[in-house]
Design a protein around this ligand. Structure first.
Ligand code: PMP
Length: 342
């Protein structure tokens, strides 16, 4: 047997893990809006990643780059502030690479997320509103930055988060569109760190200069529009309490807002009517894509992502009856079927 140094071994492991991260399917979800003709939204379905969300791409990419640059070495602890999926990704991938993982997160995140992170052996420090909530979590993680043998991925400020989505999510979408011989008119994605919208945006804009790239936020808490935390919302994973440093709104098209209840209704219906059991932000992304497609016209090609599935939201309103309110567009959308693309 060839004896491997730890670094060589880790490099092989990272290469192996890419087989379980990325290369996700693209589907066409067919629907009818009001009495319009049948239309489709193209969706990258991300729950087949190792831990069930799009964030595995960013976590694995950042760790790969950090190893390449000697910023993390065997024995280091990975420390990150996160609202959930990122913690799950770093916990799983960090553990697979032999690291201890410590996660700071607001204490109002769903129980499932907290327990899932713990199930990967990571340590969690829950941060209350009084301690600063989301911003407090980031500050607490930053306080460990000078400790030896600590690596902070800093997902909100790390350009490799954007690059991960440019080089994997964006490149895959570009390739899948080419195979379909289809030119996209718009891409839309809810903004958490903004890695997805910025990275996919960069890749697709280089190929298709005319494409519109839309960030999406909850109408109840329009952080991107106002620049700060305004209210509470139920679309976990997007619209935290500030505009992330990696988000450059000037390089993007207009911000699209959706109501969180509308997103919940849509996520519920994607599961009940099509068998696509997705998380709340997927419902939001789908609605945002429908809104943009209604503006751009029947034949426009609009692409989005379903970042995760519904299992992490069992204790949330996603599994409760949600009232329909004025202005919601979910009731106007008749879901027809979906088709997996090559
Ligand atoms: N949806 C969910 C469920 C998420 O966990 C995240 C990541 N926080 C997003 C959407 C937004 O992705 P990004 O951080 O790339 O903007």
């Amino acid at each position: 047997m060839i004896k491997k140094t730890p670094e060589r071994f880790i490099n092989d492991k990272i290469q192996g893990l890419w087989q379980m991260v990325g290369n996700t399917a693209m589907i066409a979800v067919w629907y009818r809006y009001k009495n319009n003709a049948e239309q489709r939204i193209l969706v990258k379905v991300e729950h087949s990643n190792l831990t069930g969300s799009i964030k595995d791409r960013m976590a694995l990419y950042i760790l790969q780059k950090a190893y390449g640059q000697g910023k993390i070495k065997p024995g280091y602890t990975i420390v990150e502030a996160t609202s959930g999926n990122t913690g799950i990704s770093f916990a799983a991938i960090g553990k697979a690479l032999g690291h201890k993982v410590k996660i700071f997160m607001p204490d109002w995140m769903s129980r499932e997320r907290i327990e899932m992170i713990r199930s990967y052996g990571a340590e969690i420090r829950l941060v209350s509103k009084e301690e600063g909530g989301f911003k407090g979590s980031i500050q607490m993680a930053e306080m460990l930055q000078h400790d030896e043998r600590v690596f902070l991925p800093r997902q909100f400020a790390n350009q490799y988060n954007v690059e991960a989505h440019k080089e994997t999510t964006g490149r895959e979408i570009g390739h899948q569109l080419l195979l379909m011989n289809t030119k996209p008119n718009a891409f839309i994605a809810g903004v958490g760190t903004g890695g997805t919208v910025m990275g996919v945006g960069k890749f697709l804009s280089a190929l298709y200069p005319e494409i519109q790239i839309h960030p999406l936020e909850p109408a109840e808490s329009p952080t991107l529009t106002t620049g700060h935390k305004v209210g509470n919302h139920r679309i976990q994973g997007i619209s935290d309490e500030f505009i992330p440093p990696i988000v450059d709104l000037k390089s993007l098209n207009k911000v699209v807002q959706v109501n969180d209840g509308d997103a919940i209704l849509m996520a519920q219906r994607l599961g009940k009517e099509l068998g696509l059991a997705v998380g709340i932000s997927s419902g939001a992304n789908f609605l945002g894509a429908v809104k943009i497609q209604q503006e751009l016209g029947l034949k426009s090609v609009v692409v989005t992502v379903f970042p995760d599935r519904n299992g992490k939201y069992l204790s949330t309103d996603l599994f409760k009856a949600e009232p329909v309110r004025d202005g919601y567009i979910t009731p106007q959308v008749k879901l027809l079927n979906y088709q997996v693309l090559n």
